[in-house]
Structures are given as structure tokens and as C-alpha cells.
Design a protein around this ligand. Structure first.
Ligand code: DQA
Length: 184
């Protein structure tokens, strides 16, 4: 069977290298943030991003959310990161995941999708997480006026936007490079 490859980002990887979306926990010195010697990272995607591949492909591309998730798990493994990718269309669910990250000290790569532009609840939750990298697939500053402002950005480490799905790879690279650095 032909191995699907990904064309974005600096880490072109094969989906078939990922045998499962789950990594089995083994004993570690810090079970809250490390799995099998790898640092945990949550990639959290907001509303409508589960429809990647179908949704406005001229803006968001033809890669599905599952393909993105497989790619990021594989990219993360190469960076010694245990990446878990989640997507929700429910604002409260995203807030709950951010609370989990805050309580367990897990770095987050976050695409808040439409909540970027108006959700104070998501912003307040993000403010509790020590390391969040905000990612947007499209260049939100080159689109409609209402997309140009992010209520999330004041509370994040940095923002990557307009670099397509490769932005997630860059965010993971930043998280990997930041391990051990003070989070304040
Ligand atoms: C987005 C940009 C948002 O304006 C939009 O609502 C999304 C996706 C992006 O990744 O480019 O859903 O966050």
C-alpha cells in the first residue's frame, strides 16, 4: 500500500508510522506531565476543526483532522513529546481540558477557532495554563475584520498564524525546545 506523506511543515512524516493514537503510560518520575519519558502536550482544536478536509479547503486545506492528529503524534514522538490531539465543538469541554492542563502542568498547543475572537471563558481558562501556543491555520489578519482580534493572545506564550497545518509542527518544536525552561 502506498504510504501517505504530508506536505506541510519541516517534518514530513508518514501516517503509517503511527500505529495508535494512544501511548501507554509506564512508570515515570513525574506521572502528571511525562509518559514513558516523554513530555505530555495537549493539542486542542476548537469548533469546526473536526471538519478539516471538508471545510473550506481553499482556506484550510484537504487534510482531515484525523490525518493532522496522526501527523502531530508522530512529529511529537520525534521530539520526545507525548502528543494527545483533541477536538471539540463545545466551549465548556474545551474549558475543562484547559483546566486539566492547568492542574497537571501540561503544555498546550491551542487553535481556539471561532472562540478566538470572543470567548472570555476560554481566555480565562488559557490564562491558568503555564505554556500555551496559539495556532491558526489561516492568516486571521488577512481575512474578515472580525477575525483580526484574538481575546486569547494576551494569555499565551506566542501565536503562529497563516502557516497552514505546519504551524502546529512549529508550535510543538517550540514546546520541545522550552522543556525545562521557567514557564513564568
Ligand atoms: C482559525 C481561524 C478562525 O477565525 C476560524 O473561526 C477557525 C479557524 C484558523 O485556524 O485559521 O475556525 O482559527
Amino acid at each position: 500500500m502506498r504510504r501517505p506523506t504530508f506536505k506541510w511543515g519541516w517534518a514530513a512524516l508518514s501516517a503509517e508510522r503511527v500505529t495508535s493514537g494512544r501511548i501507554t503510560p509506564v512508570s515515570t518520575s513525574d506521572p502528571t506531565t511525562r509518559i514513558a519519558g516523554m513530555t505530555r502536550v495537549l493539542v486542542l482544536n476548537g469548533a469546526n476543526l473536526g471538519r478539516l478536509g471538508k471545510r473550506q479547503p481553499e482556506i484550510y486545506g484537504s487534510t482531515t483532522h484525523q490525518q493532522l492528529a496522526d501527523h502531530l503524534i508522530s512529529t511529537g514522538a520525534g521530539l520526545r513529546l507525548a502528543v494527545e490531539v483533541r477536538q471539540t465543538d463545545l466551549e465548556g469541554e474545551l474549558v475543562g481540558w484547559l483546566h486539566e492542563a492547568a492542574d497537571e502542568g501540561i503544555a498546550v498547543v491551542l487553535n481556539p477557532a471561532a472562540w478566538t475572537h470572543y470567548s472570555i471563558a476560554v481566555a480565562d481558562a488559557v490564562a491558568q495554563v503555564p505554556v500555551v501556543v496559539e495556532v491558526h491555520i489561516s492568516n486571521i489578519h488577512a481575512r474578515e475584520e472580525f477575525r483580526r482580534h484574538s481575546v486569547i493572545s494576551p494569555y499565551v506564550r506566542g501565536v503562529i498564524c497563516g502557516l497552514g497545518l505546519g504551524g502546529y509542527d512549529l508550535a510543538l518544536a517550540h514546546v520541545a525546545a522550552s522543556i525545562g525552561e521557567p514557564t513564568a
